[in-house]
Design a protein around this ligand. Sequence first.
Ligand code: GLU
Length: 303
Amino acid sequence: MNYQSILNDIHDHVVSVEDKGTVASYIPELAHVNINNFGLHLRTKDEQEYGVGHYNTPFSIQSISKVLALALAASKEGSSILNRLGVEPSGHPFNQLALLEIENGIPRNPFINSGAIVVADVLVSLFDNPKEHFLNYVRDLAGDDNINYNMDIARSEKETGFRNYAAANLLKSFGNLNNPVDDVLECYFMQCALEMTCTQITRSFHMFANKGKCLLEKVRLTEQQVKRINAIMLTCGFYDEAGEFAFEVGLPGKSGVGGGIVALLPDNYVITTWAPGLNKKGNSKLGMLALEQFTTKTQLSIF
Ligand code: GLU
């Protein structure tokens, strides 16, 4: 299969689409990005890599970090983490609070904000310096020491993170947060403010397509953990649009409000897109279109 020419065709089509969605502005620092950026990067099981557009431009990975944080927490804690979290789609926006109140402080899944805040709490309990530990973990997975936090975005999130403070306080009131709210949110805001390129994200997600082994073939997760995290990506990875993503694209994956989407076919490939304009549900508009075209043209999806 000529992957490069498929990516080039997708790029040419996607960049010509007029309605590119809307750049997220609820975190003010995110609004500065150019909506015309578009990058696409693919890594196949035979270790070939293909890219087109802005695939080597760093951007704010936002909620994509939730998968890597979960992987790190699960690799240390095992399935006990599931005593504090569910694995069902929420059917609501990622920052909704009502469900958390009704369900007694047990977040529906690790990819809505309240769930990711519980995962951040696990990391704060596990490590003396969780921010540094998480950064080094991601750098190791991607094989790249140039990955860094964007402090302006972290600060911007903190200044405007009223709903995340509300979620963390609710979790604390239900006894589902072991550390102080400020410590946990500091870790959470920083992980969301990580900047990576499409290439770096693709490489860091290799273990999810490779039965738990990272680029260096080191075992990072058990096969059961990979199966489970991939399942959560499929059912909960796209806010309350996971059904639509499965329907259009047919891959487990995760999006972030920075406009990134990473998706993968187990034992086959990892693909990352970046297009900062979002649709009404908060997923990258052109990223979803690009991935729909990729799985349709290649006939390579889990279905
Ligand atoms: N840092 C963002 C928030 O907490 C993450 C949102 C996202 O990418 O889904 O609101």
